[in-house]
Ligand binder design. Structure first.
Ligand SMILES: C[S@@+](CC[C@H](N)C(=O)[O-])C[C@H]1O[C@@H](n2cnc3c(N)ncnc32)[C@H](O)[C@@H]1O
Length: 218
C-alpha cells in the first residue's frame, strides 16, 4: 500500500482539477445544462474527455457505446473516430434518442453515429462489426453480461472503458439507500471479474466516478 494513500484525491485537489478542465464548446455546455436540468445521467466531463483521448490515441474507427442517454459521450467518440469512423450506440429510451439525435445533428456528427434502439442484451448479439473501443455505461446489474457479449466483438488490442465503478463511493463504502443495494453489489462483483479477466489487462482508475480501463490481450 502507498504510504500516503489519502494524500491526493481530497476535496481541494478535486476542485483544483475540475476548475483546470478546459471549458467545453457551447453545444456540449448546453447539453450538460440540459442534462442537469432534466436529471439525465451523463458521464463527468473528465470521463468524456478521457474516452475521447483514448479513442484518438488508439486511432479507433469503430466504437461501441452501451448506454447513450442524450449523446454526451457519443459526441466525444464521434469526434474521435473521424469522417470515416462509426460509433454504434445503444439505448432503449425514445426520449433519450430524440434528444441525442438533435444534439448530434447540431454537432454535424449524426452520420458518424448509428443509434441502436433497444436493450443492450438484445442488441449486442446482432451487431456484425468488430470494434476498436467499447464503452460501458448502462445498467450496473448487467455490466458483466455486456462485457461477456461485447468482448468477442472487440479486436485484440482494443480498449474497454467502464463508467461508475466506484458508484459515488458506495462500492468501497456504505450503501446509501435500499434502492442502491442491487447496483452496488453488482458493481462489487463486476470489479473483481473485470480486473481478473483472463482476456484483459485491466485496472480501475479514480477518474470521475471510478473508471475501468482495460486492453484486450487475447
Ligand atoms: C448513464 S446513462 C448513459 C450516459 C452516456 N454514456 C453519457 O455519458 O452521455 C445510461 C443510459 O443507459 C440507458 N439504458 C437503460 N437500460 C438500458 C439497457 N438495457 N441497454 C442499454 N441502455 C440502457 C438509459 O436509457 C440511459 O440513457
Amino acid at each position: 500500500m502507498k504510504a500516503r494513500i489519502d494524500a491526493i484525491i481530497q476535496r481541494d485537489q478535486a476542485e483544483y482539477l475540475e476548475q483546470l478542465m478546459p471549458q467545453t464548446d457551447p453545444l456540449l455546455r448546453e447539453l450538460e445544462e440540459y442534462g442537469a436540468q432534466h436529471g439525465v445521467p451523463s458521464a463527468d466531463r473528465e470521463v468524456a474527455l478521457f474516452v475521447e483521448i483514448t479513442a484518438r490515441a488508439i486511432k479507433a474507427k469503430r466504437a461501441l457505446e452501451i448506454g447513450m442517454a442524450i449523446g454526451y459521450t457519443s459526441i466525444h467518440l464521434a469526434r474521435a473516430v473521424g469522417d470515416d469512423g462509426l460509433v454504434v450506440t445503444i439505448d432503449p429510451s425514445d426520449e433519450m434518442i430524440k434528444a441525442a439525435d438533435g444534439y448530434m445533428k447540431r454537432a454535424g456528427l449524426r452520420d458518424r453515429v448509428r443509434i441502436e434502439r433497444g436493450k443492450a442484451l438484445d442488441v449486442i448479439p446482432r451487431l456484425k462489426e468488430t470494434f476498436d473501443l467499447l464503452f460501458i455505461d448502462a445498467l450496473k446489474e448487467e455490466y458483466a453480461d455486456y462485457l461477456k457479449l461485447a468482448l468477442p466483438k472487440l479486436r485484440g488490442g482494443g480498449v474497454v472503458i467502464v463508467d461508475n465503478l466506484l458508484w459515488g463511493g458506495q462500492v468501497a463504502g456504505e450503501i446509501r439507500s435500499a434502492d442502491q443495494e442491487s447496483s452496488t453489489n453488482a458493481l462489487r462483483e463486476f470489479n473483481k471479474y473485470f480486473v481478473n479477466h483472463p482476456k484483459l489487462r485491466a485496472e480501475i482508475l479514480s477518474v470521475g466516478d471510478g473508471l475501468g480501463y482495460a486492453v484486450k490481450v487475447s
